[in-house]
Write a protein of this length. Structure first.
Ligand code: SAH
Length: 349
């Protein structure tokens, strides 16, 4: 690995040794990258000039570049489009809540999970992101705004559990006391339900929140929305959730995108309640964000309310996700996609 920003303290010690420096320099280097959120070696003024240029030669810093920032006039939500060192672009979102700032990051360039309602998956998977590239989305936004980031959700483009090792490395870096020190309780990873990796994650014993994209009350309907449902049954996925709770003591979140006429009836709510009752969980209802490539429509306000009420009758915790940044390319992957479409168009003309 020659990605300096993905390295933990031990690995940085080895780098220092290799480049003829004392091991204690590793702590300084780590703090520059993960606490002071440096964007170049230049800034690291307590390291010698010689060391900095040896670092630059052996481990190029390669910062993310901000290509575009969109700011919502409604609620101050900001969408960032970043360019990676290899020219790929990814997007991240800053959401401002009363309880603090939350950044939503991407875990891959594109995605291969193929969920029918999601814009991120249309061009397929291009490549996974390194741990450093995940962390830097947070650092860049914190630097650019000058504001503290207290929560990170891995809910942008990509399937985090399809990039397992880099994801876990990122979670450890961002929660490291020598780094930004974001509490693990303020980190959320959202997955479409890759069962073996959910179980593996449980065994890491991190205190993060696991959010499962359920989106349907049974396997049949889930298959029409999410190809992953052909691979793992709902029973298997929910078993993995129970296991996650047993191992970590962390309450699960279930995400449920309400798609008009597909999964939003009262029977759907009954069936869903039957499947998840007794599980220590919280349901997050998301009126689906329509994308132009698909003809799904969002459920009406009343339908959403009724769905919520039904679940609550069973004693299930439910919230309706408040829409943020509705006036900027809202849904997952739409900013990146519209940017790529536009540049493709320009190349052709
Ligand atoms: N791959 C992960 C995380 C990325 S998506 C996962 O599947 O969970 C984050 C959440 O947004 C998921 O619940 C996903 O299903 C949902 N989502 C994607 N596109 C959406 C859309 N157009 N409207 C509403 N929710 C959407």
């Amino acid at each position: 690995m020659n990605d300096i920003k993905s390295m933990n303290l031990e690995e940085l010690k080895a780098v220092c040794q290799e480049l003829g420096e004392k091991p204690f320099r590793a702590k300084q280097l780590f703090a520059w990258i993960h606490q002071k959120m440096a964007s170049s070696y230049e800034e690291m003024t307590n390291l010698s000039r010689g060391f900095r240029s040896r670092l630059e030669e052996t481990y190029p810093f390669r910062p993310l570049e901000i290509v575009q920032v969109q700011t919502s006039r409604l609620d101050g939500t900001q969408k960032y489009l970043f360019e990676l060192f290899d020219g790929n672009v990814i997007e991240s979102v800053l959401m401002r809540y009363h309880h603090g700032n939350s950044v939503c990051i991407s875990s891959q360039v594109g995605c291969r999970m193929g969920c029918r309602f999601c814009a991120s998956t249309i061009g397929g998977l291009v490549r996974p992101l390194s741990a450093g590239e995940m962390a830097e989305q947070v650092y860049q936004i914190a630097r650019h705004t000058g504001e503290r980031v207290s929560n990170v959700v891995v809910m942008g483009t990509g399937e985090p559990l399809d990039n397992y090792d880099n994801l876990v490395r990122f979670l450890r870096l961002i929660s490291s006391p020598e780094g930004l020190n974001i509490s693990q309780r303020n980190l959320t990873v959202s997955t479409c339900g890759i069962v073996p990796n959910m179980r593996r994650l449980a065994q890491e014993h991190l205190q993060i929140t696991l959010a499962l994209s359920l989106h349907a009350p049974n396997d049949e309907k889930r298959k029409t929305l999410m190809p992953i449902a052909y691979r793992y049954t709902m029973d298997e996925v929910l078993d993995a959730c129970r296991y996650y709770f047993r191992e970590t003591g962390r309450r699960l979140t279930f995400e449920y995108a309400l798609v008009g006429g597909e999964n939003d009836s009262q029977e759907d709510a009954d069936q869903l309640a039957g499947r998840i009752r007794g599980l220590n969980c919280h349901v997050n209802l998301i009126p689906v964000n329509p994308i132009k490539e698909r003809n799904y429509v969002r459920s009406g306000k009343k339908v959403v309310e009724n769905f919520k009420n039904k679940l609550e009758k069973y004693g299930i915790n439910v919230t309706i996700r408040r829409e943020m940044g509705a006036d900027i390319d809202g849904a997952c992957g739409q900013l990146r996609k519209s940017y790529i479409d536009k540049t493709d168009q320009e190349r052709k003309t």
